[in-house]
Design a protein around this ligand. Structure first.
Ligand code: MN
Length: 205
């Protein structure tokens, strides 16, 4: 009886551990994101939303942290893959902008605007500067390269369809880090109206 009971206990513990690891595995991409924040104090989203079927959301958030910067985020494989771009996306093809890869963010972050408390990671105001869908345009031998592979290869080419940004941009990983580069406008229709640059793309504030 005792032997059976301890076997039963081992199985129970085993199941518990398995369950624990399965639960921990799903949001593993957000581990760093969550570890860096105290989400009981910061109003930022915890994450957990399922990926959309098309995986094409992009957002640029203006972040008045200790250093003002823009966070460029592309939905890839269920998370917002993120780069901090100190000067923001350039409007000219001649200008290359430094882009520092940061931790993946949850999809819900795309519509987050608010104030991260001072003294906390990223403390300062976050505003949605631009938001929209993007289209993967990276081709190799006449075929689209999946975004996941583009990211791995450090060679991303996308058409951003935002309210302020409408055009093709490349994110290229060089020996010295990532660069955000505006590509030539071949065949890309230009948007007529340009929304006021400093307002929120969500609320117009
Ligand atoms: Mn930031």
């Amino acid at each position: 009886m005792m032997a059976w009971k301890s076997t039963f206990n081992l199985i129970t513990i085993g199941c518990f551990l398995l369950q624990g690891s399965a639960m921990a595995q799903k949001p593993s991409k957000l581990k760093k994101y969550r570890a860096r924040r105290n989400l009981t104090v910061s109003p930022e989203p915890r994450g957990g939303k399922q990926a959309s079927s098309k995986n094409t959301l992009f957002v640029v958030q203006k972040h008045a942290a200790s250093h003002l910067h823009y966070d460029v985020r592309l939905e890839i494989d269920g998370v917002l893959v993120s780069w901090a771009v100190p000067k923001g996306p350039a409007q000219s093809t001649r200008i290359k902008r430094l882009a520092i890869r940061t931790e993946d963010h949850p999809l819900e972050y795309a519509t987050f605007e608010g104030v991260i408390p001072a003294g906390h990671y990223g403390g300062g105001t976050v505003m949605v500067w631009d938001i929209g869908k993007y289209e993967n345009i990276k081709e190799k031998d006449g075929r689209l390269v999946p975004m996941k592979d583009c990211l791995k290869n450090g060679s991303i080419e996308v058409l951003l369809k935002g309210k302020k940004l409408y055009g093709t941009y490349a994110l290229i990983k060089t020996a010295r880090g990532w660069l955000l580069i505006k590509m030539r406008e071949d065949g890309v229709r230009k948007k007529k109206s340009v929304v006021e640059k400093n307002k929120s793309a969500l609320t117009g504030r």
